[in-house]
Ligand binder design. Sequence first.
Ligand code: SF4
Length: 233
Amino acid sequence: MEKVRSCRQCGTCCRAGGPALHVEDMPLLKEGVLQLNDLCTFRAGELVRDTSDGLIVPLPAEIVKIAPSSGARPDDWACRFLTGDNRCFIHGSKPAECQALFCEDPSALLSMQDHERLDRLGILQGLDAPAWLAESVESHESRCSYARLAELAENMDSDGEARRAFLETVEYDRQFRGLVAEKGRVRPEMLDFLFGRPLLKTIIMFGIDARRNADGSTTLVQMATMPHSGGRS
Ligand code: SF4
């Protein structure tokens, strides 16, 4: 008799990162199973590990994922709903990718990769969020897109203007978040959903580190080796 294969609940998949959300997960947001501060956006152009072949690739379009626990180490991508005994805290309401995921046969999950993923504007619209939130997302994206940063990073060595513009963008991202949190009374935990991860953390993907100085200014430091970003797509 053929043995029925089932999840051994070892937690390995959930420790590799939370799921990206799809349109069928919208009810979980509307019902409050998932809240905006549970989410993290990986913006278009950000480097992630491709689930299908493990290669580090730039995202062709943004994805919104369940974030790691707040305060997790930078290299700890475990889904925030994974409990200490390897169970899913929202087991009865798992997102679509988690329902499809089975490590011994990832075909169902892989077939979903380009299937109607939710993005920030779709989520805000689905939740009838105030219009200014969507406007903030669009305004931040137009100034801080990874496409623009990649172009500036490529020319930084030979072009002082590109270096200055890169640094200005990193600073703009930092200040914009602070402003939205303060003036818009947005909880700081929601900022990684609204504007993606802070550039101070992600520009390492360009081989550049940003160091904050005691006087509040920021210095860009070229790294000797090219590190990679994390998180699975
Ligand atoms: S939502 Fe549950 S099943 Fe899905 S990755 Fe998180 S802990 Fe695992």
